[in-house]
Design a protein around this ligand. Structure first.
Ligand SMILES: [Fe+2]
Length: 317
């Protein structure tokens, strides 16, 4: 047994023995909605920062103790350094709760794919998805893929080149994105588009990236092209991570044809005055609306509905 294996088993044993925090307020579950799914970003599970594993595992445990969670989407920076051992830890924890979650959607972030040749890391990422029970594996050769639910369409974007911080979106992916959203629109379904980075000047940028530069914190050079695609359509719900801000006034922004939503992190620490470590979002889809609720997964409770963007109702047009 290697050292990391030893600590992993030790940590799981400790967490399993510890008393979970009591469930507070409304339960997490589907209720009377068509479907309910959880989203968080940036667990950045690391081979040397073990507190992140702990936070990630506590979020998984919260989800596992609930009924009726159809999907969990992790919007990138799933691990810190794109290492096999880091992906293996995440795969094991997700597989452990696979009896309670029908599908996992794994969106790549800059931390997952940078520092290695693009194709080699894509292969590693696909192997990670394939080793996670209930994870949807992207087709060979690209990160981007989609999944059709009866009430909505999931569209997972992903970079087409390795970049340190931004995300290169190729013309082929832009055309595919347009096509996928059109398909949802033709069936009168909302399109949930997931990507690691948000658009330029969205979700509080540049302030939410410490005010640095015109594009930093966003997709980067292709940001305007992605925005143009969204503006052609309706009922596009664009959900991203990367910013590491606790739920605040920038979490949800309504741009008419599309909504920009920045999910907080459950692992790598949240900026801002509302900064518990293990925050995420829960979406319930109804016939004519989507309800977004912020959740403190580590504390097993929803954020107060009166908190800025603690609870948001999005009308489906
Ligand atoms: Fe990131």
């Amino acid at each position: 047994m290697g050292i990391s294996e030893y600590f992993y088993k030790k940590m799981l044993a400790m967490l399993d023995e510890s008393e979970p925090p009591p469930l507070q307020g409304k339960p997490l579950g589907k209720g009377d909605s068509f479907m309910t799914f959880a989203v968080f970003g940036d667990p950045q599970v690391s081979n040397y920062m073990f507190a992140r594993e702990n936070s990630f595992y506590s979020a998984c445990k919260d989800i596992a103790r609930c009924e009726g969670i159809d999907a969990l989407v992790i919007v990138g920076d799933i691990v810190e350094n794109g290492m096999k051992c880091e992906f293996r830890t995440v795969a094991r924890m997700l597989t452990e709760i696979s009896g309670k979650v029908d599908r996992f959607f794994l969106v790549p972030g800059n931390h997952d794919i940078r520092f290695r040749p693009f194709k080699a890391q894509l292969k590693r990422f696909r192997e990670f998805a394939a080793s996670t029970k209930n994870a949807v594996v992207p087709d060979e050769g690209r990160y981007w893929h989609s999944f059709d639910y009866p009430c909505c369409r999931f569209i997972m974007m992903g970079a087409d080149r390795s970049k340190i911080e931004a995300s290169y979106i190729s013309p082929a992916q832009l055309a595919w994105l347009d096509h996928e959203i059109s398909k949802a629109e033709s069936e009168n379904k909302p399109a949930f588009v997931f990507n690691h980075q948000t658009l330029k000047k969205h979700n509080g940028l540049p302030m939410t990236w410490l005010g640095r530069g015109k594009w930093r914190g966003s997709i980067g050079m292709q940001s305007d092209a992605v925005k143009k695609v969204f503006e052609k359509h309706n009922n596009v719900i664009f959900i991203t991570g990367h910013l590491h801000w606790g739920v605040n006034e920038y979490t949800y922004e309504d741009y008419g044809s599309y909504k920009a939503i920045a999910a907080p992190t459950i692992g790598a620490g949240n900026h801002g005055t509302f900064n518990p470590d293990v925050q995420g979002l829960v979406f319930s889809v109804y016939e004519d609306k989507i309800v977004m609720r912020a959740r403190l997964f580590g504390e097993r409770k929803f954020v107060d509905a009166a908190h800025p963007n603690g609870e948001v109702e999005i009308k489906i047009k």
